[in-house]
Write a new protein. Structure first.
Length: 445
């Protein structure tokens, strides 16, 4: 809903071909009656291009009104818009196609997780295995096996397991009392991860009892971040929708590859803390020693001073930061629907449209009259060259304004344009004469 399935999962060489095929498919679907029910193949937030949201069904009519891809002017625009909207996806997606083609092995019952001693876990890690800590983020922060990877057990567990670890290495799990071990197994198996060596018997208590130390990670609220560098590990689309000014965006899926480039002493954040704790564990595995995790998200961070969002955006642009890190924080106020709740904005919109309509009317009526009666232009082509020049002037002005948005806020550009434009109609209206050397004269022999 409000999107379309991604077309890049079979490789970059087929992405555009499949996007064009999808355009034709959607055109056929939109020809169905508006009341036709739409049942998406993916739930909200899926990496298969399903955007966040709570709705589970839609209708053809609702999609035609709200889906931005269906508003594309033509096939080329649709393809460009769709491909540009494709974010990253889990690494295991590339493996599952062949795995599904071969077919899964038959499993008649839940495979057990063998209980392992602390020494057996150490041996497995020495031999190339990985410890996955599935406890809640706060438990991991309070004490965990050094080098373990935090992936709290929840609905997205399989996604991050398959994104961050290979399916060829043995996995050992550290779980809390009462956690559903079968859920760990089934989420792993459904993405082809079957080398599950077992779980640490007795958890971290058994680990310390065996004489091994635990590592800790600072899990702090927004008022205790101490001006640390802010690393936001959410997806780029989430980051663009609103983030803390000055934040550096490194997607969790890419962090392992570029962990060395992450700033030292950073506070790592996502939307709530789970992904951020996973990111912190990756950074610690890569050698970072002073990492903190934000218990919360951008909405919990201290609000910036007035105007600092725009200043932050311009500062990043001047310093050459990537576009994703130069985005400004979106307003956190709830969206209000209805004319009564938005009457001021609606009134302003009506006034603006009246002014625009009047301007277009002048362009179509007064300009040709001035051309013929004042300047003696009788050719329709010459008269309409006024209109063409007017349109070109508007187009180049818009182009210049767009280029300046990286240095100035939209409000500043609009106010400047109004200040320049307001005197023009008065200058034209009160000009002493339209006559002069421009009027054609006759010569006698």
């Amino acid at each position: 809903m409000n999107s379309a399935a991604r077309t890049d999962l079979l490789g970059a060489d087929r992405t555009q071909e499949l996007a064009r095929a999808q355009y034709r498919s959607l055109k056929r679907l939109t020809a169905l009656p508006d009341e036709t029910t739409v049942w998406p193949t993916h739930g909200a937030g899926s990496f298969c291009s399903a955007p966040p949201g709570s709705e589970r069904t839609s209708t053809v009519g609702a999609e035609k009104r709200a889906n931005p891809l269906l508003a594309a002017a033509d096939e080329d625009s649709f393809v460009s818009q769709l491909i540009a909207s494709l974010g990253t996806y889990p690494a295991y997606f590339d493996r599952l196609g062949e795995a599904n083609r071969r077919g899964p092995g038959v499993v008649t019952r839940t495979p057990p997780l063998t209980e392992l001693s602390a020494e057996q876990v150490r041996t497995l890690v020495t031999d190339g295995g990985h410890v996955v800590d599935v406890r809640p983020a706060a438990d991991y922060a309070a004490g965990h096996i050094p080098g373990s990877l935090s992936i709290p057990l929840r609905g997205q567990f399989a996604t991050w397991l398959g994104w961050l670890l290979p399916d060829t290495a043995p996995l050992v799990f550290a779980a809390a009392d009462g956690q559903d071990l079968s859920e760990i197994v089934w989420q792993a198996y459904k993405i082809g991860y079957e080398r599950l060596a077992g779980r640490l018997a007795g958890g971290t208590t058994a680990w310390t009892a065996a004489g091994h130390r635990l590592a800790t990670t600072a899990f702090v609220t927004a008022d205790r971040t101490d001006n640390r560098p802010y690393v936001d590990v959410r997806q780029k689309s989430e980051f663009a929708a609103g983030h803390v000014p000055g934040a550096v965006n490194i997607e969790l899926g890419a962090l392992m590859r570029i962990a060395a480039d992450a700033p030292e002493g950073a506070v790592v954040a996502c939307g709530h803390g789970e992904r951020a704790m996973t990111a912190a564990s990756l950074l610690e595995r890569a050698g970072h020693t002073d990492v903190a995790v934000l218990d919360g998200g951008p909405a919990d961070y201290p609000p910036p001073t007035a105007g600092s969002l725009f200043r932050a955006r311009r500062t990043h642009a001047r310093e050459g930061c990537p576009a994703s890190t130069a985005q400004t924080n979106a307003s956190r106020r709830p969206v209000r629907l209805g004319l009564r709740e938005n009457r001021l904005q609606f009134t302003l919109l009506v006034i603006v449209n009246i002014c625009v309509g009047g301007l277009v009317g002048l362009e179509r009526t007064t300009v040709p009259l001035i051309g013929s009666e004042t300047f003696g232009l009788t050719s329709d082509l010459a008269i309409f060259s006024f209109i063409i020049a007017f349109g070109l002037t508007k187009a180049f002005t818009n182009l210049a304004a767009g280029a300046l948005t990286s240095r100035f806020s939209r409000k500043q550009l609009l106010v400047t344009g109004w200040l320049i434009g307001i005197p023009v109609p008065f200058a034209l209206a009160y000009a002493p004469s339209w006559a002069g050397s421009s009027r054609p004269t006759s010569c006698s022999a």
